[in-house]
Design a protein around this ligand. Structure first.
Ligand SMILES: [Zn+2]
Ligand SMILES: [Zn+2]
Length: 344
């Protein structure tokens, strides 16, 4: 069995691993495709080495087929096509006992804190699985995880039909947030400085504006007849977006912070008082978000095809990462980890 290992400093090596046979409550998956995400790019740049502890097999956006089932697993059988919700939670802390295991005090993220999916076979707990319907290809299946992130953001923002939402930042997650927002019947506008990403938005049915060429505050005012945006999604992680989000939100508007800010940005709290704004954080996803993501794709409400920028083989993983480095045009690079398992 082949596994790709991140060894630090933008380098990977292929190693001959051994397939881990599933213990109680576990399954072994033949990996289909693994997507490269922003977090993986951070790992590639070495800024997470302290947490990742290379050499390590990374990758957490994946699809695959169950090839072996451990004792006590009754929900899945060999041949089931699945995606993994890559969260390993303790089940005992206050967050877990309150039903919020996705923000467990002891949360381990699979593919970062433990080995990930960039290998031929991945053995995981059956409780992390979601079944992939036949109508969704394994290629698209690898994008269910980032789509579930977007579903969680929509759910945290309580965005509803007929509302107007602004998404600040048109990277892969921002674009997926816009797609899910559209699918719930909201009017969506993306604010994005990169022309290629604005084109991507327009081609997938989302209006986009360049905040460097147009005044975002004024444009949103005009678009909403002076009201402001019902919901603002901050998906860019930069200070100008933090300044804009409080400006463009309507009275009693909701701001959903999706971006991971490594510095502490300056937030205009006066606007929170003046307009009775509300701000919610959104981290990863819950099981229901995966279910919603799968349903949106199955029913054709979100088309994931345009999001697949490239597909490389596992042995070319280093090249796949390099191709996504400083490439704002790339949405999602997939790594093909094995053929879909066939069985009688
Ligand atoms: Zn990710
Ligand atoms: Zn916990």
């Amino acid at each position: 069995m082949q596994a790709a290992e991140y060894i630090g400093d933008k380098k990977f090596r292929m190693v001959e691993g051994s397939r881990v046979s599933p213990g109680e409550g576990e399954v072994c998956i033949q990996v289909g495709y693994v997507g490269i995400c922003g977090t993986d790019m951070h790992i590639y740049h070495g800024v997470m080495d302290g947490r990742v502890k290379p050499p390590k097999t990374i990758g957490h956006e994946m699809s695959g087929t169950v090839v072996e089932v451990g004792a006590g697993v009754s929900d899945y059988v060999v041949g089931d096509r699945v995606v993994v919700r890559p969260l390993d939670y303790c089940g005992e802390c206050p967050a877990c006992t309150a039903g919020h295991s996705h923000v467990c005090h002891n949360l381990k993220f699979m593919g970062i804190d433990s080995p990930g999916a960039m290998q031929n076979f991945w053995t995981v707990k059956a409780r992390t699985l979601h079944r992939l319907p036949k109508s969704i290809s394994l290629e698209k299946g690898a994008l269910i995880e980032p789509l579930a992130v977007a579903c969680h953001d929509i759910s945290r923002s309580r965005l509803s039909e007929g509302e107007k939402a602004v998404v600040i930042g048109g990277g892969p997650i921002g674009q997926l947030v816009a797609q899910v927002a559209k699918s719930v019947g909201a009017d969506v506008l993306i604010s994005e400085v990169n022309a290629a990403r604005r084109d991507f938005a327009e081609k997938t049915g989302i209006n986009a504006i360049d905040p460097l060429a147009e005044d975002l505050h004024e444009s949103v005012k005009t678009w909403t007849q002076g009201k402001g945006a019902d919901v603002v999604f901050e998906v860019s992680g930069v200070q100008p977006a933090i300044d804009a989000m409080t400006q463009i939100a309507a009275v009693r508007g909701r701001i959903c912070v999706v971006a991971i800010h490594s510095q502490k940005p300056q937030v205009d709290l006066f606007q929170f008082f003046w307009k009775e704004l509300e701000m919610v954080g959104a981290r990863v996803y819950e099981a229901a978000d995966f279910d919603m993501a799968i349903e949106l794709v199955e029913q054709g409400h979100v088309d994931l095809d345009p999001f697949i920028s490239s597909i490389s083989d596992l042995g070319e993983v280093e090249t796949a990462f390099a191709s996504m480095d400083n490439n704002p045009e790339g949405m999602k690079a997939l790594v093909r980890c094995g053929e879909e398992a066939h069985h009688a």
